[in-house]
Design a protein around this ligand. Structure first.
Ligand SMILES: NC(=O)c1ccc[n+]([C@@H]2O[C@H](COP(=O)([O-])OP(=O)(O)OC[C@H]3O[C@@H](n4cnc5c(N)ncnc54)[C@H](OP(=O)(O)O)[C@@H]3O)[C@@H](O)[C@H]2O)c1
Length: 436
């Protein structure tokens, strides 16, 4: 501890000492207060002042509080934050670490955010592995000697303080990231408002809904609207129908009057239950991948589509491999087959006849690029889906929430990330921030 300047009065010495102690401890927990009282010669009046200062800085601090790890709040308004980050590409379990840093008070057009919910999407894992085309931002700005990148690309946060130059955003607003890459697996962050999309109306939606709206539902939304001229009564066919995107496509398609053929992978148990779950959501037909690869599948599709009078105008491919060949066979002339994922890691092989005689188009879609090029359309899609959620017309994907508190251990967070690419999961992982 630094000594007070010589020649100062006893009271000045005392308050100087108190200030130094409280600064260095950052009001870490109530034990620091007890320690302070034991080591300082504090008169009654200074004690009262000190107690009220501590109460104002952190009302929940009590002298008799039990010994629990508490989050640090700086005496100067610095936010203490934690991030799940990596400095090298690799498997999440090998490269992710939990790192703490502090955030200075917001100034200018900066806002300080407290995250509420951030999902763990398959693309996040590919990004950590270094195999995803969009690279995260590596920075030394979070007080590390080597540059690190924060994991995650989607999530919702609440604004907890704003700089004096901020316009159009206020404390308490909910925001989502305009573009991926800034890292959402973090308790807090500070950013410029130009990187954020304001959730204009947060009434009636949960943090989990707001935190999962911008990638999967928007991908389904755009693929259903942007490729084929879909009209009421038209069909689309998709694989990985139980994925986040697949479930969004089923529900949006139903609302817009499209009919759907949905392919899921056969599982050891629970296949029929999953079929029923998707039907309850609005799927017209649900088949397994084995059923869709049988010779009779084309004949069945003809029956479902009134002898082929109703058109299968669109295919959505999340998987790749042989299943896409089967899907392409049942598409109508002039249809589009849009690939947006490659979960099987198998290439897409197509019968040449589909190209020559049926003039089917094979397209790709990437929501990141589309959002970058069409920011207004992206916001429109987000707001539309949020409205549907509010009205109870859009169900959440099954989730496995992982609570993130100030003292949550690194292993718990990393374990939640590591399993994401494994198949047959009962729900998508999502960090839900509580007492951070
Ligand atoms: N291009 C874009 O803009 C865009 C946007 C959003 C998502 N995506 C991609 O879409 C995919 C799904 O994302 P999501 O968030 O919707 O995922 P999700 O909810 O976690 O679902 C994963 C899906 O992939 C299936 N799957 C897993 N491993 C598989 C394998 N080896 N072979 C075949 N299917 C497998 C799962 O089926 P089981 O239940 O049978 O395991 C499940 O249907 C990811 O590849 C993601 O990167 C792309």
């Amino acid at each position: 501890m630094t000594r007070p300047a010589s020649g100062s009065t006893p009271l000045a010495r005392q308050s100087s000492r108190i200030r130094l102690v409280s600064t260095s401890l950052d009001f870490q927990n109530s034990w620091s207060i007890i320690w302070l009282l034991h080591t300082s010669i504090v008169d009654k009046q200074t004690m009262a002042t000190l107690t009220s200062c501590l109460r104002a800085a952190r009302p929940i601090v009590r002298l008799t509080a039990p010994r629990v790890q508490r989050r640090c709040i700086s005496a100067y308004g610095y936010e203490q934050a934690k991030v799940l980050a990596f400095k090298d590409y690799g498997e999440p379990k090998d490269v992710l670490t939990l790192h703490g840093h502090s955030i200075s008070p917001a100034h200018g057009d900066l806002v300080t955010l407290k995250f509420l919910a951030s999902p763990i999407n398959p693309a996040d894992i590919n990004q950590i592995q270094g195999v995803y085309p969009s690279k995260p931002t590596f920075t030394t700005g979070l007080s590390t000697p080597d540059p690190i990148a924060v994991g995650g690309n989607e999530g919702v946060a609440e604004i907890i303080s704003v700089g004096t130059g901020v316009k159009g955003f206020k404390k308490g607003d909910w925001v989502i990231q305009k573009a991926p890459g800034s890292g959402t697996w973090r308790t807090h962050s500070q950013t410029n408002t130009s990187n954020l999309v304001l959730i204009k109306n947060k009434d009636g939606i949960s943090p989990i809904q707001a935190g999962t709206v911008s990638i999967n539902p928007c991908t389904a939304y755009r693929m259903l609207q942007g490729f084929s001229d879909m009209k009421k009564g038209d069909w689309f066919i998709q694989n990985a129908a139980n994925s986040g995107v697949g479930r969004a496509a089923i529900q949006l398609g139903k609302l817009w009057g499209y009919k759907s053929i949905n392919i899921i992978r056969k599982r050891e148990s629970g296949t029929e239950e999953l079929k029923k779950e998707l039907e309850d959501m609005g799927a017209d037909i649900v088949v397994t991948d084995e059923e869709a690869m049988e010779k009779s599948f084309s004949k069945q599709v003809k029956e479902w589509t009134s002898g082929g009078k109703e058109q299968v105008k669109l295919g959505l491919n999340c998987v790749g491999g042989k299943i896409v060949t089967s899907m392409s066979r049942v598409l109508s002339e002039g249809a589009h087959l849009v690939t947006y994922g490659g979960m099987s890691k198998q290439p897409v092989t197509l019968p040449t006849a589909q190209l020559i005689f049926k003039n089917i188009s094979f397209d790709g879609f990437w929501v990141s690029k589309w959002s970058e090029q069409n920011p207004a359309d992206k916001i429109k899609a987000v707001e539309h889906v949020l409205d549907l959620m509010r009205e109870g017309k859009f169900r959440d994907v099954p989730l496995q929430p992982v609570e993130w508190n100030w003292n949550t251990k690194q292993e718990e967070l990393v374990d939640a990330v590591q399993g994401t690419l494994g198949g047959f999961r009962s729900g998508k992982g999502i960090f839900v921030f509580k007492n951070t």
